[in-house]
Design a protein. Structure first.
Length: 366
């Protein structure tokens, strides 16, 4: 790599490291004293723009500040996130949007790198093209969203069983998932890394409400699986992706077999709790699913929401399950054990020190 290319690579990495930590250039100007007197604000800006290259002493100081391995700044491969679908961003600061994007891109870059080292090529994500439909064909769009979930369940050989771990299921089928710290103004987003790898990012606070996390993850999957018509409103898109997510969580045939085709008297409280416990779907999502399928009327759904308007954040009932996945970590351990990567490289990928990796690797091997 030429000297000019090296400067550009380091500059881009510095910019991404800064954005990942939610720092503006003004923030950096205030904190440059942490690097020592040899680095000025003007010099840092030149580094980031690729106009000047830092020497090894400055590079090590920057690595300590950003808490990355020095090799991070020389890594050439870079993953870009294409058009992404964000949810609930009205109160999410623009700086945090950049932070989340860069943190996710960095993780997905490492994920694709370790799969390439191991020679893993996940199968493409099945997609359904609905662009031939018009935005006002809402009933047909709803039926196609339902059919898309049925198709995916069939292709993934899920039958009509409850999904035990949505996060793990997605990763097993090539969808990369990253959890990030964020407040409740952010749920998640979906998109494509380098135009062909499906990715989903979820807020870590969703771990406090696993049924909601499951629905959110599958909602984002709906954005990836369905190619929706141009001209749809945001509300229409969200509704169709909720329909897809509901059908993935709780197939229509299963729900009708459990509660019937019509319920003029509604679905009883004990029934709701039982379905939530068995299927990992929130009661609110269950009631919406029943209304979507015509089991309940829209009037019944409205009455339910009105009666439960003060309990939306803390819903009754529990689902005992797991929504964790460790596929990326396991791939790193596998590559290290096969000596396809060094221990130092493995530690860099897992963002831990070499000592921490050795401890984890020994525990993994035990």
């Amino acid at each position: 790599m030429s000297a000019a290319a090296t400067k550009q690579t380091i500059g881009e990495r510095l910019r991404r490291a800064r954005l990942m930590r939610g720092l503006s250039l003004r923030d950096m100007a205030e904190r440059l004293g942490e690097f020592g007197p040899q680095l000025s604000h003007a010099a840092y800006q030149k580094y980031e723009k690729g106009l000047m290259g830092p020497d090894s002493t400055v590079l090590l100081a920057l690595a300590r500040f950003f808490e990355v391995d020095p090799g991070y700044f020389l890594r050439q491969q870079s993953v870009s996130l294409g058009k992404i679908e964000f949810r609930k961003l009205t109160k999410f600061p623009a700086r945090d949007v950049e932070r989340v994007r860069e943190e996710a891109a960095d993780f997905f870059e490492k994920y694709l790198q370790i799969e390439e080292i191991l020679g893993i090529k996940p199968a493409p994500l099945p997609q359904v093209d609905l662009t031939y439909l018009a935005p006002d064909q809402e009933d047909e769009l709803a039926r196609e969203a339902e059919a898309a979930a049925t198709m995916l369940r069939r292709k993934w050989k899920l039958g009509e069983a409850a999904l035990s771990n949505v996060h793990e299921l997605l990763e097993e089928h090539g969808v990369k998932v990253k959890e990030v710290d964020a407040d409740e103004s952010f749920n998640g987003f979906s998109g494509w890394a380098d135009e062909h790898t499906p990715v989903i990012v979820l807020a870590s606070w969703l771990n406090q409400d696993l049924p909601r996390k499951r629905l959110t993850a599958l909602h984002e999957l709906g954005h990836l699986v369905m190619k929706l018509p141009a001209g749809l409103s945001h509300k229409q898109k969200e509704s169709l992706c909720y329909r897809f997510a509901g059908a993935m969580l709780l197939p229509a045939t299963v729900l009708r077999a459990r509660v019937g085709v019509k319920r003029p008297s509604g679905i009883s409280f004990p029934e709701r709790l039982g379905i939530k416990a068995d299927w990992g779907i929130s009661i609110a999502a269950l009631m919406r699913r029943a209304a979507d399928l015509g089991i309940l009327t829209q009037s019944q759904l409205t009455s339910f929401h009105f009666a439960n308007r003060n309990h939306r954040k803390e819903e009754t009932g529990r689902w005992e399950g797991s929504e964790k996945a460790d596929r990326f970590e396991q791939l790193v351990y596998r590559a290290a054990s096969q000596e396809l990567i060094t221990r130092a490289k493995a530690a860099e990928l897992l963002n831990v020190t070499l000592r921490e990796f050795d401890h984890l690797f020994a525990a993994e091997a035990a």
